[in-house]
Design a protein around this ligand. Structure first.
Ligand SMILES: NC(=O)c1ccc[n+]([C@@H]2O[C@H](COP(=O)([O-])OP(=O)(O)OC[C@H]3O[C@@H](n4cnc5c(N)ncnc54)[C@H](OP(=O)(O)O)[C@@H]3O)[C@@H](O)[C@H]2O)c1
Length: 296
């Protein structure tokens, strides 16, 4: 849940998205301490639709992202996973969660701890249908071991025109194992939409003040302007281009742009036909890969 998100506007955006045919929503227990799950659950139940919902178990130690060297017992003990899933079920108002994800991950946890017992128990009891992990920001290879085990049904990973690194090793492994890929932050927190100009401002307390701090707004805007010029499209088309780029990769199962208002919903659902970009455009976008971490 972002600072500044208003419940009425969020509900209107969700209803519009459902009416326009979206079939998947990603939320988390940590988003507003259950508030986002309650809004999503109410919105979906009121529309009596079959939209699938993914939510996430927060780390017990409340550390985002997961640090190397921290034992999994301090982060995802089985009893914590079960208790959080039950809280999420109550918040959503559902009898079963379509997809439960661990909100952070370190790959050396794969063979440690008792988190698998919780996953097996929740599946056996019908409280969750599928299980996945959300990979730390810009660390796609920090999930290769767990993907190889076949335990996860899905991974959620940052993938966009700037961060194309999941294509190197994660996506081939997911394709090989039949693991679903949920592409998050497809618009680089708004950077790839062309709306983050050097003059753009964000509300007080909004994390984008840090994400786009210092000279970053100018740097991002210059890069996005070059991308639009390279593809010979107006800057206004960049949100759709960015989403279609993500949908162009065969490993990607779904894309989850953050959208808090009806106008963004309508613009983004327009790419819901799932079509990717022409191969020639994807080839040009390879040159715009940009390795950096604005979260740290
Ligand atoms: N660790 C994790 O598991 C994790 C971390 C981050 C995100 N996520 C998930 O990924 C989702 C997407 O990430 P995100 O929202 O952080 O990043 P994002 O999708 O890359 O960017 C969202 C930003 O793009 C803007 N936007 C959306 N559609 C637009 C359009 N058509 N035209 C212009 N601007 C547009 C939004 O504007 P407004 O501000 O006006 O709405 C918002 O500022 C989240 O909702 C969440 O479900 C998961």
């Amino acid at each position: 849940m972002w600072v500044g998100a208003r419940d009425e506007e969020s509900a209107r955006a969700l209803h519009r998205a459902i009416d326009l045919g979206i079939d998947f929503v990603d939320t988390a227990l940590a988003y507003g301490d259950g508030h986002s799950e309650r809004l999503v659950g109410r919105g979906i139940l009121s529309r009596k639709c079959g939209v699938r919902v993914a939510t996430k178990v927060p780390p017990l130690n409340q550390e985002w992202p997961a640090r190397r060297g921290v034992p999994v017992e301090d982060v995802f003990p089985a009893n914590h996973i079960v208790a959080c899933a039950e809280r999420s079920l109550r918040n959503l108002g559902f009898s079963s969660i379509d997809l439960l994800q661990l909100h952070v991950w370190q790959d050396d946890w794969t063979d440690r701890g008792d988190w698998r017992d919780a996953v097996e128990r929740l599946k056996r009891e019908g409280k969750i249908r599928l299980f996945g992990i959300s990979i730390n920001d810009h660390e796609p290879e920090n999930a290769l071991r767990i993907v190889a085990t076949g335990i996860v049904d899905t991974v959620q990973v940052i993938y966009n025109i700037f961060d194309q690194s999941p294509e190197d090793r994660l996506f081939p492994e997911c394709l090989k194992r039949g693991v679903g890929v949920i592409a998050r932050v497809p618009l680089d927190e708004g950077g790839l939409t062309g709306r983050v100009t050097p003059e753009a401002t964000f509300p007080r307390g909004d994390f984008r003040n840090e994400y786009f701090a210092g000279d970053r707004k100018r740097e991002v805007f210059e890069r996005v302007t070059k991308i639009a010029a390279d593809l010979d499209v107006p800057l206004e088309r960049m949100p759709q281009i960015a989403l279609r780029f993500v949908l162009s990769h065969p490993a990607v199962s779904t894309v989850i742009p953050g959208m808090r208002c009806v106008a963004n919903v309508e613009a983004n659902v327009a790419v819901g036909d799932g079509r990717g970009l022409p191969a020639e455009a994807v080839a040009k976008l390879r040159a715009h890969r940009w390795a950096r971490n604005f979260y740290s």
